[in-house]
Design a protein around this ligand. Structure first.
Ligand SMILES: [Zn+2]
Length: 367
């Protein structure tokens, strides 16, 4: 698979994703993503060169503009007595009390049609290209959903819009900030009652280009290619939107650098992680040789939902500590893990271990 087309989309689309979309207002030439921007030195009488307008036209996913005002009534909780359950994070519990992570925000409708169904237009928050649409409601707990890919100095950033009643775009289509993607709804593989119709919105990074073959090798269905929810790792959309208002010229890469890790994981991957090939700015320090010398240990700093924030080669002490173990979890920050703890790691007598969900997350990440 050539580096220039990591998402198995048409070469023209991939070129747009990687090089910046040809909007009416053309983007400046893409910046190298492996290096920090050069400090701007203004020539005499000329203003400094403006930063790439990646997110500066950002709009909210619907006409609801009150997302950052602290009023939880603009969100749609799973249960009315738990208003925070419409937000991002470890805000939900399973039937056995286990932690369940909500990787996006659920925005309530402003409009309903004559039958009481949600009727808000759902729109792309920023310019980009449609990476995937899933039009069969029962094929995912996202229901009908759209993924838009955005160019950012960190690499491709995805936004996701789920539970749509209808979809108005096609994969490969170039969209602007505000382009309608579809109509809010309540589609899902498990029923959502009419009064709970909402749009589930996510923003984040795609974990592994090799996710699709990993998933197919296990004969799992339905097949969403690399755009399966398990391969999508979101950040708190409200945190990003709030941060972006304060830093209009900032990039998603800049925002990620502000996000605290929930835990670190030292592990011996069988090969270099595809993740750092596509998001090289998130790797720190010396790069491992390819193929990996036997026993190469990498240390991943992870958010509570498994989003990899940083990676590096292990120190000698960390490498020796992992001679007999499959992995080692450290640096656990329970405040960052959230109210319900993590669905990926669990305390044991001697420390921390991966849960079944955590083992699946790691297998898909390293495949
Ligand atoms: Zn949701």
């Amino acid at each position: 698979m050539p580096l220039s087309n990591p998402w198995k989309i048409s070469p023209a689309v991939a070129a747009l994703v990687l090089a910046g979309c040809q909007n009416e207002r053309p983007l400046p030439p893409p910046q190298p993503i492996t290096a920090l921007p050069e400090p701007v030195v203004a020539p005499t009488n000329l203003p400094p060169r403006p930063p790439p307008p990646v997110w500066q036209d950002l709009v909210f996913p619907t006409a609801q503009t009150g997302l950052l005002k602290g009023d939880l009534r603009v969100f749609m909780p799973t249960l009315p007595q738990h208003p925070e359950s419409g937000l991002f994070g470890s805000v939900r519990s399973g039937t056995k009390g286990q932690a369940r992570f909500h990787e996006g925000i659920d925005i309530a409708p402003l409009q309903r049609d004559r039958r009481g169904e949600p009727a808000d237009a759902v729109r792309s928050v920023a310019g980009g290209v449609v990476g995937y649409t899933s039009g069969i409601a029962g094929n995912s707990n996202y229901g009908k959903y759209v993924i838009v890919l955005h160019t950012d100095p960190v690499g491709a950033v995805y936004t996701l819009y789920a539970h749509l009643a209808s979809i108005a775009v096609k994969p490969g289509q170039v969209v602007q900030a505000g382009t309608p993607l579809g109509i809010m709804g309540r589609t899902s593989s498990s029923p959502i009652p009419r009064e709970r119709g909402h749009v589930h919105f996510e923003i984040g990074l795609l974990h592994n280009e090799r996710f699709a073959p990993w998933y197919r090798a296990q004969k799992l269905k339905p097949d969403h290619g690399n755009f399966h929810g398990q391969n999508l790792a979101g950040v708190d959309p409200l945190a990003f939107l709030r941060w972006q208002q304060a830093h209009p010229a900032g990039s998603f890469r800049d925002f990620l650098a502000t996000q605290p890790a929930a835990f670190t994981l030292a592990v011996k991957p069988p090969r270099a992680l595809d993740f750092f090939r596509r998001y090289p700015a998130l790797w720190e320090g010396e790069r491992p040789r390819e193929p990996f010398p036997a026993g190469t240990v990498v240390v991943l700093s992870c958010a509570a939902n498994g989003l990899v924030l940083k990676g590096r080669l292990a120190s000698e002490a960390e490498r020796v500590a992992l001679l007999r173990a499959k992995y080692a979890i450290g640096g656990v920050n329970t405040a960052v893990l959230g109210r319900n703890g993590s669905h990926l790691i669990t305390p044991t007598r001697g420390g921390w271990a991966l849960t079944d969900t955590g083992n699946r997350w790691l297998a898909a990440l390293l495949y």
